[in-house]
Design a protein around this ligand. Structure first.
Ligand code: AHR
Length: 522
């Protein structure tokens, strides 16, 4: 595949563009200057590792084929769960996994997914392709997956078509250690000890697929459902209210007004980069599509700021977390695949969306304490794609792995001045950066250069901490449309970055066009 504007990256590693005219070759420097000031002694807020969380729904080949192949499968598995996918995600230190939806959650009845698999009832997955769901992957399988991943489960309850009693019993089944009807049933189904699941979503997109409710009606329902989701033993539940879609500020306002902070650990927000527009293809895109996706990705900053300012009015102490529990790119499905399965490829453009979004979530970590990319395997902006026994890691995967250095580190205040990427009269900032300090005092800086043609010479002024060593990693490729395929699974992968020089506390780095760099300083 070639992009319409693939000329760009040919010489980007040197920051130079070469034009050929009448047999003569002219070399023009295409390099911007940028400056980043980091106050290494002034960090106040922790970047929760849960910002790097995940979402997996009963949708397309995410659960079935993506994680779950069953114990009888020839694909290597442990208790029915693919060992290759688990191994890959563990390398990103995956902090949490949200399940079973999405829209599926408000149609899911958890009791259908427990007990002997051959006796479980089936249902129609009305949202996603109208296929028959056999419920072979249910509560036990999901929590087994989380144990194999060493990750925290986030379970989303059914508010749209369920009852408070159903949710209450699910919590009891999963979390109660004593003798009770639900805990006894769990034991009969092969699990003695409770799993102690802390994070519970109370419905999903209840303004839409989760019941088409008004925010007033949902607030009342939230209070009712949340009341009966009980704490057992030492487990204090962290309940997340189903939040707004993108710029629906009235939803946030109404929930903040009507639900007391002590009932709501978090309030969610969903933002997809291209869901409601003409989406365009995941690969083979034009420069106009490239620019627009990144422009729209950056708009999440303003949207989040406005939701946060509403939350700040009702909760200036920031007790309620913002939880961006669905975000990412949404393109046309790959030709020839089921339109209800939302299967799309993943290019360097997606790596930029991931890098920009995560940098921004880091910056707002005083309020954003959880986020979940949609959706980890084989759906939308996936980290992992599978094809029967084959598996590949996408450019988005590499960003999550490279950025894992920010997990639970302290955000360092920083100020970036950089140039712009201009296209057809519009412009967006070329660079984005985020810095943190981990508990060993090591500083990491993630830098994204979305300009397809121009490198940036970045001067970093590190204040408040002496450093004497720099190293780095880079994700880049010859073309912003480059991606990994089952034939070429390593076309896009991180490499060592060598273009950083330290002089006292001034670091100079040449950030190539279309690249993401993570620096380590100590
Ligand atoms: O991630 C796909 C779908 O997008 C989810 O099911 C829903 O919550 C959102 O609209």
């Amino acid at each position: 595949m070639k992009n319409n504007f693939s000329k760009t990256a040919l010489h980007k590693l040197t920051g130079v563009i070469i034009f050929t005219m009448m047999g003569l070759t002219l070399t023009v420097s295409a390099q911007q200057k940028a400056r980043l000031v980091i106050n290494a002694d002034q960090g106040e807020h922790k970047i929760s590792r849960h910002i790097y969380g995940h979402f997996s729904e009963h949708l397309g080949r995410c659960i079935y084929g993506g994680y779950w192949v069953g114990e009888e499968s020839e694909i290597p598995n442990k208790r029915g769960i693919r060992t290759d996918v688990v191994g890959a995600l563990r390398k990103t230190a995956i902090p949490n996994l949200r399940w079973p939806g999405g829209c599926f959650a408000d149609e899911y009845h958890w009791t259908d997914g427990i007990g002997p698999r051959e006796e479980r009832p089936t249902m129609i997955n009305t949202h996603w392709g109208g296929i028959t769901e056999d419920n072979s992957f249910g509560t036990h399988e999901f929590l087994e997956l989380c144990e194999q991943l060493d990750t925290e489960p986030v379970i989303v309850g059914n508010v749209g078509s369920g009852t408070p009693d159903e949710l209450s019993k699910w919590v009891e089944y999963v979390n109660f250690d004593g003798v009770s009807p639900m805990a006894d049933m769990r034991r009969e189904n092969g699990r003695d000890k409770p799993w102690k699941v802390v994070y519970w979503g109370i419905g999903n997109e209840n303004w839409g697929c989760g019941g088409n409710m008004t925010p007033e009606y949902y607030s009342d329902l939230y209070r009712r459902f949340a009341t009966y989701a009980r704490n057992y033993g030492d487990v204090r539940l962290r309940k997340v209210a189903g939040g707004a879609n993108a710029s629906d500020y009235n939803w946030t306002e109404t929930l903040m007004k009507n639900i007391p902070h002590w009932m709501m650990w978090g309030l969610s927000l969903h933002h997809y980069t291209t869901k409601w527009e003409s989406k365009g293809p995941a690969t083979g895109f034009s420069e106009s599509r490239y620019f627009n996706v990144l422009d729209r990705c950056l708009r999440i900053e303003d949207i989040i700021d406005r939701h946060i300012s509403i939350m700040d009015r009702y909760d200036p102490q920031k007790r309620v977390a913002m939880v961006v529990d669905e975000w990412g790119t949404w393109y046309d499905v790959e030709p020839g695949t089921n339109p209800g399965f939302l299967f799309q490829q993943n290019t360097m453009r997606d790596a930029f969306v991931a890098g920009l979004s995560l940098n921004y979530f880091n910056e707002r970590c005083d309020r954003i304490r959880m986020a979940n990319i949609a959706q980890t395997v084989n759906v939308l902006q996936a980290l992992v794609l599978t094809d029967d026994e084959k598996m590949l890691l996408t450019p988005t995967y590499h960003i999550f792995e490279m950025y894992s250095v920010h997990h639970d580190a302290t955000l360092l205040p920083s100020e970036l001045s950089a140039g712009y990427y201009e296209f057809e009269g519009k412009k967006i900032p070329t660079l984005s950066a985020s810095a943190s300090k981990d508990n060993k005092g090591i500083i990491h800086i993630s830098i994204v250069n979305i300009h397809p043609e121009e490198a940036s010479e970045l001067e970093i002024d590190l204040r408040g901490q002496d450093v004497s060593f720099v190293s780095g990693r880079i994700l880049t490729s010859a073309d912003v449309g480059d991606h990994n395929t089952f034939d070429q699974p390593d076309k896009v992968k991180p490499e060592i970055f060598r273009d950083a020089k330290l002089d006292g506390n001034i670091l100079t780095a040449l950030i190539p066009a279309a690249s993401i760099v993570v620096l380590k300083l100590k």
